[in-house]
Design a protein around this ligand. Sequence first.
Ligand code: ADP
Length: 243
Amino acid sequence: MVEMRDVSVVYSGGVDALHNVNLKINDGDFAFVVGPSGAGKSTMIKLILKEINPSSGTVFVNGYHLGKLKQRQVPALRRTIGFVFQDFLLLDGLTVQQNILLPAIIGGTAGPAMEQRADQLCQVFGISAIREKYPAEISGGEKQRTAVARALINNPLLILADEPTGNLDSKSSRAVISSFEQAKQSLEATIFMVTHDSFAASFCDRVIILQDGVVWRVLEKGTLARTTFQDQLLDAIREMGRE
Ligand code: ADP
């Protein structure tokens, strides 16, 4: 769960990066924040991870009231979050399987149960056959699916993804999006992604359009077909451009 209530962020130098933002992502939601460069997307991610604090307003993440969280409690917050970054950040010297298990190794929870979970994740994401391969031997889409599996190994309540399809061709991008859909359906994960890719965004339940630090519009997919939802999204983005 992620909730922002009247959140504003003013950076030193007076840059108003977010202005009175209100949003709520419920458990099990698949939500995207889209917006042009400079809209405030990365600032939202930094708030959720408590890398920065808002200038005003309140942020709640997975039941934590971040304003009341002490610095020593921040690692506990971050353990409830799985990250997927644009550049994958896989370790070249480890196999796909070892990369997926890495957060469990670091967290001291590695063991047969985690290995079983890694196997299950490999099956969900269709990467069982490449488990023993190294990052240099697999495609961009496979790397990203490995990164998504790794983000899920510790059973996070929330998956945070920053431009996860940014560097991918459309086929790999589609593979990554379906890996997120699978994560949502079979693992009941909540997903919060930021992107400027409207194709990717059209697969989720809710799109929050951000411009100049303000929530400009929220679109709900509801029962719409993906293509209809994408058309609505593109219309909204064009309209925002005209304004
Ligand atoms: P996005 O991720 O949508 O591109 P950001 O959240 O990175 O947007 O940035 C929002 C605004 O805040 C931009 O105008 C950016 O220049 C400014 N900004 C981001 N980080 C800082 C910082 N550390 N100090 C000052 N200004 C910043």
